[in-house]
Design a protein. Structure first.
Length: 476
């Protein structure tokens, strides 16, 4: 029995290969560190790093400020909040660009395993560099490059644990996703408590320790991981020989999928503002008590993660029950519905801010719970369903490239979040959140229009008699 066969036939971890356990726990600790650090980032910058006495010590800050002012501030002098929002927007969006570099590095130079190890080392280094004012920007660079090496390559290794016809693959990604959400839930709780209650650098240090644990788990499980695929010139030669020309209809699908990326970017601005302006606004304007128990600002990210997991499971169950009696909406229909729920969620913040402005009291915590509940119902119908749409509709000859493009909407969306977040201190909170609700709702309207006019094209149905319908398959 070959090593590859031994790995794919292994059922020792919940009926799955041992490698899945090691990859899932690696990802859980990596997400613990990543989201733990990201949750602290904006609060740390506005309450310490960018204030006089600290900002002068940050190496390269003058050049970074000039670049961000030109990109996010329209050339105008940026306040501390605006600069912090711009830095967050640049950082959180760039981590969706660096996976392209990480994928190329794994495919053509180092292989997937060595690239993941390099990424973990870079991320751990970045977290520990956050302990010093001077190395702040270098720390962000290490984190962006490290995340690029890990993001995508770990998920690819999950898929490589299974043969082409192995039905366990879908379950494997659900287990992998639970690992991600476990890290997202507990990371902000630990790092947030240390950062807000003890010292910021203790929180960043905890994120670094989490990343080292992730690396150790990965190295211990290395022998249970799938071997790296062949790479280099020979692979490119075989791929080129196997390529087949695309039809006119396939090119139309590709163009439409690309044009939908900005719309998807609009659909996530309400959700992705959670790590940025939402934390600053809640910290200053919300009565952070749940049933009389004080809630730290950073814990709001964990609250959202818990609600997100619950709503994802609930949404999957709902659509299964719905399909027993009624026709289930296609991907575009679900995305439009998701945008509607997302807009309603942000309107909870609008309502809370309006009542607060009228009464002079702080915003009640219940409005935040309403936002997380409705927003996460919406998000469950947007991000995973959007990925399903792109993986299904993309022509087979360039499916990998199209999926890579799909993640660019997260880059664009986070960039927009950084720009919009800088307006928090310039606009009344009601107008600020209403702006986000309108953008998310507009994305939903556009998806309805696309479904009406181009639905057949994306569903693989012939637009004209001489077109051959593609197999739409089932949404994963």
């Amino acid at each position: 029995m070959s090593a590859v066969t031994a790995i794919t036939d292994d059922r020792s971890f919940l009926g799955h290969p041992k490698g899945l356990a090691f990859i899932s726990f690696t990802e859980a600790w990596e997400r613990f560190s990543y989201y733990g650090m990201t949750t602290l980032l904006v609060l740390y910058m506005t309450k310490q790093l960018l204030l006089p006495g600290h900002v002068e010590h940050v190496a390269g800050m003058d050049a970074a400020r000039a670049l961000l002012t030109a990109t996010y501030g329209g050339g105008k002098v940026m306040t501390v909040v605006a600069l912090a929002s711009a830095i967050y927007g640049f950082y959180s969006s760039t981590v969706y660009l660096t996976p392209i570099l990480g994928g190329l590095l794994a495919d053509y130079v180092l292989g997937r395993t060595k690239t993941v190890i390099l990424g973990a080392c870079l991320m751990a280094t970045g977290h520990f560099l956050m302990a010093f004012d001077m190395s702040f920007l270098l720390a962000l660079i290490c984190l962006m490059l490290g995340a690029g090496c890990l993001k995508g390559n770990l998920a690819t290794q999950v898929g490589a644990l299974y043969g082409e016809t192995d039905n366990r693959r879908a379950d494997a990604f659900q287990i992998f996703y639970l690992g991600i959400n476990g890290g997202v839930i507990f990371g902000p709780l630990v790092t947030g408590t240390l950062g807000e209650k003890v010292a910021w650098h203790y929180g960043f240090g905890a994120a670094g320790v989490g990343m080292l644990i992730s690396l150790v788990v990965y190295l211990v499980g290395r022998r249970h991981l799938p071997p790296d695929a062949a790479r280099g010139a020979e692979v490119r030669k075989v791929a080129k020989a196997a390529a087949t020309p695309m039809t006119a209809r396939e090119w139309q699908v590709v163009i439409l999928l690309i044009l939908l990326l900005p719309v998807l970017a609009l659909s996530i601005v309400g959700n992705n503002q959670i790590f940025n302006a939402y934390l600053l606004w809640a910290d200053a304007n919300v009565d952070l008590h749940l049933f009389g128990v004080p809630v730290l600002t950073t814990w709001l990210v964990s609250v959202d993660s818990i609600v997100s997991v619950a709503m994802l499971l609930a949404v999957v169950a709902f659509w299964r029950l719905w399909a027993r009696r009624f026709k289930e909406p296609d991907e575009m229909g679900k995305i439009a519905i998701g945008c509607g729920f997302g807009a309603l969620g942000v309107l909870c913040l609008v309502a809370g801010a309006a009542i607060s402005a009228a009464t002079g009291h702080k915003v009640a915590f219940g409005w935040l719970l309403g936002f997380h509940l409705l927003n996460d119902i919406g998000f469950s119908n947007v991000l995973p369903v959007g990925l399903a749409l792109y993986t299904r509709a993309a022509p087979r000859t360039m499916a990998g490239f199209i999926v890579g493009l799909y993640y660019l909407h997260l880059w664009a969306g986070n960039t927009l979040v950084g720009v919009l977040g800088g307006k928090l201190e310039k606009m009344p909170a009601v107008q600020f959140w209403l702006m986000h609700a309108v953008l998310v709702g507009a994305a939903g309207v556009i998806f309805v229009m696309v479904r009406l006019f181009f639905g057949k094209l994306l569903l693989g149905e012939p637009a004209e008699p001489d077109f051959v319908a593609a197999d739409a398959g089932e949404m994963p």
